[in-house]
Design a protein around this ligand. Structure first.
Ligand SMILES: C[S@@+](CC[C@H](N)C(=O)[O-])C[C@H]1O[C@@H](n2cnc3c(N)ncnc32)[C@H](O)[C@@H]1O
Length: 211
């Protein structure tokens, strides 16, 4: 078993680096590979707005805000509250907005999309696991579709997305439908994903419509 596969490797590292969850290393790897966020804070201006769906307990939010270094703007949403324990005050900053709500609700979508347009939309939203693979895969596909509704409504031309999906039939149609909307669209499974898990990420770079 490699270090990456050991169950506590990523959790211990997250604890040490002040993140509430191990999932931060998935975003970090995706960001390094696809350049979702500008590499240096100096390249981030007030127009650089990010929307994050399924944000609790807040590791991805913290990663984005640390990279922002006080610049840019992040709007995040989750059914659950964020964990404020490791946030060093970043969640209280003026460039951060958090909404505790359901992303499927039309009022939530209206409120969040009004905060755009966004340069980047992230969704790590995942259903509470039911134990049944078919049911879980169908719910994950619904969450991914919802994320793309947000993208249709509020992603800037040239913007990027990173959306959690489950590998399988439920997402084949979605991928076909959205492929033409991006310059490149790839699925990518970061090392920090458990190898037994079906989860993977759909990364779209260079949104072609809207302005
Ligand atoms: C894997 S966790 C996200 C972890 C987060 N990226 C982090 O790094 O801390 C998935 C989240 O999706 C949220 N979620 C699931 N369905 C949702 C919905 N309909 N609306 C909003 N959030 C939802 C769950 O509450 C859960 O907190």
């Amino acid at each position: 078993m490699s270090n990456y596969e050991k169950p506590d490797f990523w959790s211990l590292r997250a604890q040490k680096e002040g993140y509430p969850a191990r999932s931060v290393y998935k975003l970090q790897e995706i960001d390094k590979k696809f350049g979702l966020l500008p590499a240096r804070p100096a390249q981030i201006n007030a127009d650089f707005r990010v929307l994050e769906l399924g944000a609790a307990p807040g590791s991805w939010s913290l990663y984005v805000l640390r990279k922002f270094s006080g610049r840019g703007f992040l709007a995040a949403c989750d059914l659950s509250p964020l964990s404020h324990r490791p946030d060093s005050g970043l969640f209280g900053g003026q460039n951060f907005f958090f909404k505790q709500a359901d992303i499927f609700v039309a009022e939530t979508r209206a409120e969040l999309t009004a905060l755009g347009p966004f340069s980047l939309i992230l969704s790590d939203a995942a259903p509470a696991t039911s134990g049944g693979r078919l049911v879980d895969a169908a719910r994950q596909a619904e969450l991914a579709e919802a994320a793309f509704l947000y993208a249709h409504a509020a992603l800037k031309r040239g913007g990027n997305v990173c959306v959690k999906i489950f590998q399988g039939a439920d997402t084949t149609d979605l991928i076909k439908e959205i492929r033409p909307l991006f310059n490149t669209l790839k699925t990518f499974k970061p090392k920090a994903c458990r190898s037994s898990s079906l989860e993977t990420y759909l990364v779209g770079v260079g949104f072609k419509t809207l302005s």
